[in-house]
Ligand binder design. Structure first.
Ligand SMILES: Cc1cc2nc3c(=O)[nH]c(=O)nc-3n(C[C@H](O)[C@H](O)[C@H](O)COP(=O)(O)O)c2cc1C
Length: 325
């Protein structure tokens, strides 16, 4: 019988399917259901630094007379932040007590310093790993791409120094050289990289003539960009790659493993039906049996760029198209 076990960011997993950070990983109830459905691990909904800062400012109320005193403001602001962070730490702690599968905490940070000190507190409550969800919308035309790259690298360096937990970075694909950045994160010593996050894009409501929220569950979820970069980078770096975006079925999970991913993260498909993991793992097992693979390691990375006869095929999609026509 096929052995679906794998290892991602130094964490042993019973199969390669992880429930991605999302609204369905924000409550203990949902997390227990995820474990029952068969996910190998869960990444908790990110704790958002910007949200916490805005909530604590709101909780204080700018007109409060006591707040004219700078020290009092600082103290109360910190207390309001602590309250939000405690809520998150309690979720991590309860999840660890209630679940048998690994629980990965996730921080979305907008600031370089200070915030990541909290990584230590995730460690204290027993998180199995920490995923950094960091992105910058490069809308300021005066800031060079190289400065943005530097800010990513500084953040990851700082995080690496501040936690001994298995650490991963979840990135988008919008770098002028994704390969250079992925290699640089690896050199810093991250244990895993999630390729790629896909970001909610604002939309326009043409009746109200206003901005509208994008519709995440309606996205087509193209996995092609993630597949290509996993294949290009998996044999080039230390640490593991986790494929994300557009993974809707077992066939796509198998493709990501063949490209060299150690695991995958699933969000939209799981939000539509949490049980999608069952059909994914059943498909992987059936496919492995059919192909004569006993373990994930028998085929992981078999079609990564480094391991195929014509490595340029991963770079020249037109060529692949020509070959198949
Ligand atoms: C409604 C929604 C909320 C999300 N919240 C988070 C989050 O808090 N942190 C995070 O790292 N990713 C978050 N994501 C991104 C997902 O984890 C995932 O990376 C992305 O949706 C691509 O995967 P998919 O194609 O399987 O949906 C969210 C996605 C959606 C749709």
């Amino acid at each position: 019988m096929a052995d679906l076990r794998t290892r991602y960011m130094k964490i042993d997993l019973k199969n390669p399917v992880i429930l991605a950070s999302s609204p369905i990983t924000a409550s203990l109830d949902q997390l227990k259901r995820a474990e029952d459905a068969g996910y190998a691990a869960v990444v908790l909904k990110s704790i958002f630094e910007e949200f916490i800062n805005s909530q604590s400012a709101k909780a204080l109320g700018a007109k409060d007379a006591n707040l004219n005193h700078a020290d009092a403001y600082g103290f109360l602001e910190q207390a309001a932040k602590e309250y939000q962070i405690d809520k998150y730490l309690t979720l991590v702690e309860k999840a660890k007590k209630a679940l048998g599968i690994p629980v990965i905490a996730s921080i979305n940070c907008s600031d370089q310093e200070g915030w990541l000190e909290y990584a230590k507190r995730f460690e204290a409550v027993g998180a199995d790993g920490l995923e950094l969800n960091y992105y910058i919308v490069a809308s300021n035309a005066r800031i060079k791409g190289s400065e943005i790259d530097k800010s990513y690298l500084n953040l990851v360096k700082h995080a690496r120094l501040n936690t001994s937990l298995p650490l991963s970075i979840k990135i988008g694909s919008f770098f002028s050289s994704p390969s250079n950045m992925i290699r640089a994160f690896s050199d810093i010593g991250v244990d895993g990289q999630v390729l790629f996050n896909s970001f909610l894009q604002p939309d326009i409501d043409i009746e109200r003539l206003s901005l509208a929220a994008g519709k995440p569950l309606e996205s087509k979820g193209d996995y092609g960009t993630s597949l290509r970069w996993v294949a290009l980078m998996s044999a080039e770096i230390q640490g593991d790659l986790c494929a994300a975006t557009g993974i809707r079925d077992g066939e796509t999970v198998v493709k990501m493993l063949l490209a060299g991913a150690s695991a995958v993260q699933v969000c939209t498909a799981a939000m539509k039906s949490l049980d999608v993991v069952k059909s994914m793992t059943a498909f992987i097992a059936e496919w492995m049996d059919r192909k004569g693979f006993k373990s994930i390691y028998d085929f992981k990375g078999k079609l990564a760029q480094e391991h195929i006869e014509n490595p340029e095929l991963w770079e020249r999609a037109q060529y692949v198209k020509a070959l198949n026509s």
